[in-house]
Design a protein around this ligand. Structure first.
Ligand SMILES: C[S@@+](CC[C@H](N)C(=O)[O-])C[C@H]1O[C@@H](n2cnc3c(N)ncnc32)[C@H](O)[C@@H]1O
Length: 287
């Protein structure tokens, strides 16, 4: 079960009321959407979810329109259904289900094939392909750029060495290679030494940063005047992209800030849901 983050804040800032239209661009099991349904009657909801397994499940459980597609296609989805929203939510990244039950290698704590695709039916590139096929420089760039991994060079060198002996197929094989290629002090910190490499690979496999740029830009286009855009991100690179788009669109007079800066979970939420600790929420309104 995925616990929705910043739930009260999302409900407040979406500014919904009966008769309004809401698009949840990252529906998952519908944590935020269910709360919207409970709090507001008469809100029309469309949910977008790229993962086909989750989309199939949630469409059985929720009485909202579910579209199994990437939110980068938001403009076409809105146009096709003549569904122009008064509020749009992005709750970026992946869900607890991906780590715990997907079997696709998102977690270094489980022994699974290195896949990491949100949509295995639509995308062909897997994490295993990056690790086993791409040149050392490209792997190193991915780890630096998407993982901000300070040991990107030694980790990518170790990956190349290991794959010359045999292909690296599983999460635990990769986690061990990483652990053997970083200094002892790096392994003793609270955060697992594989964390940044796994994040970087997932971002690369799913082209997540480019998606955020395209998805948020499309949301600004389709929102009705006065409509609200709420974006929750879980790492600095995504947050920076959102900050820059908001700044540029505010300068152009297309958006205005509802809150300056970032909304963070309360201490109580961070205690009860550790996943929320890195959450950063930004809210803007279309003029
Ligand atoms: C953090 S979860 C959302 C959780 C949800 N708000 C809730 O509280 O239940 C992010 C979801 O976005 C989905 N996702 C990732 N990339 C996507 C994309 N490009 N288009 C649509 N959904 C995407 C993931 O599969 C995942 O289910």
């Amino acid at each position: 079960m995925h616990t929705p983050v910043l739930l009260n804040e999302v409900l407040d800032y979406l500014n919904l009321a009966s008769g309004k239209k809401f698009i949840d661009c990252t529906l998952n099991g519908g944590g935020h959407t269910k709360a919207v349904l409970e709090k507001f009657s008469g809100v029309e909801i469309l949910g977008i979810e790229y993962d086909p397994v989750i989309a199939a499940q949630v469409s059985k459980e929720l009485s909202v329109k579910v579209v199994n597609d990437s939110y980068i296609n938001l403009r076409a989805i809105a146009e096709a259904g003549s569904f122009y929203p008064d509020a749009v939510l992005f709750d970026l990244g992946l869900s607890s289900w991906h780590y715990e039950s997907s079997g696709r290698g998102f977690s270094f704590q489980k022994n699974e094939p290195l896949d990491m695709r949100f949509n295995p039916m639509a995308n062909s590139l897997t994490a295993a392909e990056i690790i086993n096929m791409q040149p050392e420089n490209d792997i190193c760039e991915i780890l630096k750029e998407y993982g901000e991994e300070q040991f990107a060079e030694s980790i990518s060198r170790a990956i190349i060495k290991a794959r010359q002996i045999k292909p690296i197929r599983t999460t635990l094989e990769l986690a061990e290679i990483i652990s053997n290629s970083v200094p002892g002090w790096y392994k003793k910190r609270k955060i697992n030494p594989a964390t940044k490499t796994f994040q970087a690979l997932r971002i690369a496999v799913n082209d997540e940063l480019e998606n955020v740029k395209r998805g948020v830009a499309a949301a600004i286009d389709v929102l009705n005047p006065g409509g609200r855009l709420v974006v929750i991100s879980f790492q600095g690179l995504e947050d920076k992209i959102v900050r820059e788009i908001f700044k540029e669109k505010a300068k152009e007079g297309i958006l205005k800030y509802v809150v300056r800066g970032t909304i963070r979970p309360t201490w109580t939420e961070q205690q009860s849901n550790p996943r929320s600790r890195s959450a950063k929420m930004k809210v803007a309104e279309k003029t």
